[in-house]
Design a protein around this ligand. Structure first.
Ligand code: C2E
Ligand code: MG
Ligand code: MG
Length: 674
């Protein structure tokens, strides 16, 4: 996965939920704050208004005493006079300036010992009354909403839930000694008053708080639902983002992310891990036979099987087509291979009625020797998977092998591939690809009847590079079409030179890679290249391998027919090497059949091999095709082929591929002889 995509996913993950959650928490905090402020201010207001009443009483009393006090000695008389007009409970007490009680009018007196309970309101001192009949705790000013609410509920229960009566009953009835603000020198006057809070005061306060809570609860619920739904939505989006559309399991993004997490966990750094490329062989054919739906159902089954076989701390996902990436934890390479082997065997039976085979490439991540390199953060999972695929790829064409661990040799191959890809463009521009020609001889007259154009890469750094070192790379990356175009042009140029020089002209074959046969206008394209040099179409033979027949057969037929109409000669190269399709001989307008050199290798060449060659030549003759035998190295082989009526022989027995100049010399000599 591209780094940018990974970043986007992480950014998305971080961004979309947290702001909503933080916003929600902030909202809840501000609601709680609002309710608390409301309760505190309501409570404060209630108490302050009651205390203000007491103060008012104290101030009035002060004025009355002042009115009846002519001199200081008359204070006692004035208080005695005023007391007569007060309620019985409103005791008055006279103290000196140090709050030593001088005289009290009434049944009780203030306790100046309880200094810590003295509160100052509006600069007047106020002291809770010490009444032994009531419990001490009740004698304090109420401080919290909870206290008031609790008292109120208790009182409601006591009243037998008669709300009318309950409303006018006092909830809180407390006595306080309040300093009287009278203008009397040398004395302090205190009078006792009660602070009453009725049930209805608290009831309405509770009602207001409830209303506020209700009002706040609506946006809170809405916001909560919103946060919940956005969390759900995000989860769904993440699961969609990480879901493989075919198997329903996890996809490649997930695999990369999860593998990175597993490998980076500190406790996992001491374990060996294997990044595996598990591949179903010939999935394409399976789909062709059973349909794409069946193919996808099979992939689902494979995914289900892998899911069951994964241990904790392991993961897997489908990469593409029938390729799966696995991250396995293993003790060592042997244990990993053993486990995979078992899985591969069991997988062949995942669909009872179908025969399937699987292969796997492994890249081992061993624990590092030092602590610093234990950090596996730097590991590029995509790259390791690529190495595992390269290991699997390296088994291509090797029968019986189905599992391979990435090693130094494969790494060298990878490096080579990289180097080839880096240099190919410049090499083409600098003319490093050179035309070599291998002559084709008549088996009896031993005269040159034709030649095959073979490319050689003459590199300054690596010397002469044979085609099998770079052609497979070019076929993979598509550069082969450019190289083939170049070779066609070189051959066309050579033909026109021979024509201009009045030399003998012989047909020259050029290899056309199967990669070309997706271009609908291939025939027109080749015509255009050849016509650019004015070469004769009939003298250019196009060799295509049997693997070209596995693509779109209809398109291939159309292209070949067009090429034929343009006058080119068509040959099947390496006939008999792969899955020989005799049908192609029937359906395609082929002129030449080139027998694969493997017919002339091995032990039984002289018995069974000879029969096959003999019969193939007979078949080709019957179909009016010319036969070229390739890779002929021995005289007996030439004699045998001559006996069978083979038309041409190409092989080291006569000549190896040579540079075009050298071939020209031979051709000049041949021209002079005739
Ligand atoms: P091919 O087209 O089948 O070419 C014949 C190969 O057999 C050549 O190998 C040739 O050198 C080799 N050969 C011929 N006679 C003998 C013999 O007696 N003994 C042995 N051991 N080998 C013999 P070369 O040149 O290495 O080419 C290998 C393959 O690379 C070619 O097989 C062809 O498929 C591909 N190739 C070469 N040049 C081009 C090109 O320009 N375009 C494309 N698309 N493929 C090319
Ligand atoms: Mg060839
Ligand atoms: Mg060949």
């Amino acid at each position: 996965m591209k780094k940018q995509k990974k970043k986007k996913i992480r950014r998305f993950y971080k961004q979309s939920i947290w702001p909503s959650i933080v916003l929600f928490l902030l909202f809840i905090a501000s609601c709680v704050g609002m309710v608390l402020t409301f309760v505190a201010s309501f409570q404060g207001y209630l108490m302050d208004s009651k205390i203000a009443d007491i103060h008012e009483d104290a101030r009035n009393l002060g004025r009355m005493i002042d009115m009846h006090t002519d001199n200081h000695a008359a204070v006692f008389d004035a208080v005695t006079f005023v007391k007569k007009y007060l309620e019985e409970e409103n005791d008055i007490c006279i103290t000196d300036e140090n709050d030593r009680v001088l005289k009290c009018f009434g049944a009780s007196e203030p306790d100046f010992e309880r200094l810590q309970e003295i509160k100052i309101f509006d600069s007047y001192r106020i002291i809770p009354d010490l009444d032994p009949k009531r419990p001490h705790e009740k004698r304090m000013l109420l401080t919290s909403f909870m206290d008031i609410a609790k008292l109120s509920v208790d009182a409601l229960a006591e009243s037998g839930y008669e709300t009318d009566k309950w409303m006018d009953e006092p909830l809180f009835h407390e006595y306080y000694w309040v300093q009287i603000p009278a203008d009397v020198q040398g004395y302090h006057l205190y009078y006792k008053d009660s602070l009453i809070i009725l049930q209805k005061n608290v009831f309405f306060m509770n009602l207001a708080i409830l209303a506020e809570l209700l009002m706040l609860s609506i946006p809170t619920i809405l916001l909560f639902v919103n946060v919940l739904s956005s969390i759900r939505m995000q989860k769904r989006m993440i699961s969609l983002l990480y879901q493989d559309s075919v198997t329903g399991g996890k996809n490649w993004c997930y695999f990369l992310e999860q593998s990175r997490k597993i490998l980076c966990r500190l406790r996992n750094t001491n374990h060996t891990y294997a990044v595996v490329n598990l591949h179903m062989i010939r999935y394409q054919d399976y789909c062709a036979c059973n349909g794409v739906r069946e193919g996808e159902a099979l992939l689902k089954k494979i995914s289900g099987f892998l899911q069951v076989n994964m241990d904790r701390g392991e993961t897997f996902a489908r990469f593409a087509r029938a390729d799966f990436g696995l991250l396995l934890r293993c003790a060592d390479a042997q244990q990993c291979q053993k486990r995979l082997k078992k899985m591969l065997v069991e997988l062949t039976g995942v669909k009872k009625d179908k025969m399937m085979s699987f292969s796997a490439g492994i890249y081992l991540l061993r624990p590092a020797a030092n602590r610093k390199s234990l950090q596996r953060r730097q590991i590029d999972i995509n790259q390791t998977y690529h190495f595992a695929s390269a290991a699997r790829d390296s088994m291509r064409g090797k029968e019986g092998e189905y599992m391979k661990v990435f090693d130094q040799q494969i790494l060298q191959e990878q490096l080579w591939k990289h180097k080839v890809e880096e240099k190919m463009e410049a090499a083409l521009l600098n003319g490093e690809f050179q035309l070599y020609l291998q002559p084709k001889y008549h088996p009896v007259t031993e005269k040159i009847l034709g030649a095959e154009a073979l490319v050689r890469w003459i590199s300054e750094e690596d010397g002469m590079i044979p085609p099998n070192r770079f052609i497979p790379v070019f076929e993979e990356n598509g550069f082969i079409t450019r190289l083939d175009d170049y070779m066609i042009s070189e051959v066309a140029k050579l033909q026109s030179e021979w024509k201009i020089n009045g030399q003998k002209q012989i047909p020259v074959s050029v290899n056309i890679s199967r990669v070309h046969f997706v271009k609908e206008d291939l025939a027109e394209h080749i015509c255009h290249l050849v016509d650019g040099y004015g070469a004769d179409h009939a003298l250019i033979e196009l060799e295509l391998t049997e693997s070209a027949f596995f693509g779109n057969k209809k398109l291939l037929q159309t292209i070949l027919k067009k090429l034929k109409m343009c006058g080119f000669c068509l040959a099947i190269d390496d006939f008999g090497a792969g899955y020989s399709s005799l049908n192609s001989l029937k359906d395609l307008p082929i002129d030449v059949l080139k027998l694969d050199m493997d017919f002339f290798r091995g032990e039984d060449t002289l018995q069974r091999g000879e029969i096959v060659v003999k019969e193939t030549i007979r078949l080709a003759k019957a179909l009016d095709m010319k036969i070229v035998a390739e890779g002929i190295e021995k005289k007996e082989q030439v004699e045998f082929l001559a006996e069978q009526g083979c038309d041409m022989i190409q092989g080291f027995y006569f000549a190896k591929p040579m540079p075009a100049d050298q071939f020209n010399q031979i051709m000049k000599r041949e021209t002079q002889h005739t």
